[in-house]
Write a protein that binds this ligand. Structure first.
Ligand code: C5P
Length: 232
């Protein structure tokens, strides 16, 4: 316990897991995110002494010890949970795999095959981009960390997301690589910094990736404190 205390007094807000967008009371549109990466960061930040809020879509994982656990189902619920906490956060980490689309009109009763016939159309509309939409609510000097799971042009796409969503760090992984991405406990990531840095990391466990991310966040927080110090 308390191996390090470098995040004491820091508030860290993390999104994790998939979102589930209801089609009817029993079916949803979602994805295969396990939540592991975000949960690993939550646990690691707590071990460093942070006050952690974990806003999580449905996941089979147990809530990490010591964190404020905020379970949500849909992207809209996740957006609201983030918006109400972001103003207090020194660090925000967007590890959730938010469903890009949601059914326009979820049915309030289970859709029956006998009623729908051999085909069923579900009209979808775009969900908000949580990181982008809440960007202005981030505290000045706070550190925002995004993720990007890409299948092609990894660095180019990752850089666009880093800049477009105003992240200080972006953790990119190649979904086509073995041992990386959804549903596995390891990850091979490249961490891009807003300062132009590009760090290619070896295959690591998600717990080790969490530590690598927090080491970089820590350095950026220290630098932004120095900026604010008069004469510093
Ligand atoms: O889905 P995309 O690759 O654009 O995700 C990049 C980053 O933006 C991730 O950190 C993800 O958690 C965040 N995001 C979000 N809300 C969305 C889509 C993505 O916060 N609707």
């Amino acid at each position: 316990l308390g191996e390090r205390d470098s995040f004491v007094g820091r508030k860290v807000l993390i999104t994790a897991g998939p979102t589930q967008e209801p089609i009817d009371p029993v079916r949803y549109v979602g994805n295969r995110s396990s939540g592991r990466m975000g949960y690993a960061i939550a646990q690691a930040a707590w071990r460093r002494g942070a006050e952690v809020s974990l806003v999580s879509g449905p996941s089979a994982l147990a809530a990490p010890w010591g964190v404020e656990f905020v379970p949500v189902a849909t992207a809209l619920e996740m957006r609201d949970a983030v918006a109400s906490r972001l103003g207090d956060a020194d660090v925000s980490v967007y590890a959730a795999a938010v469903a890009d689309f949601r059914p326009v009109e979820p049915k309030d009763r289970k859709v029956k095959r006998t009623e729908s016939g051999p085909e069923l159309s579900v009209e979808l509309e775009a969900n908000p981009d949580i990181a982008l939409e809440t960007r202005r609510q981030r505290r000045a000097g706070s550190i925002a960390v995004g993720f990007a799971l890409e299948t092609d042009d990894l660095l180019e796409n990752a850089k666009l997301k880093l800049e477009g969503k105003g992240f200080q760090l972006l953790v990119a992984n190649d979904a086509t690589e073995e041992g990386a991405g959804f549903g596995v406990s390891t990850n091979r990531v490249t961490i891009l910094g807003a300062d132009g840095s590009v760090d290619v990391l070896p295959l690591l466990s998600k717990d080790e990736v969490a530590e690598e991310i927090l080491d970089r966040v820590e350095a950026l927080l220290d630098a932004s404190v120095k900026d604010e110090t008069p004469g510093g």
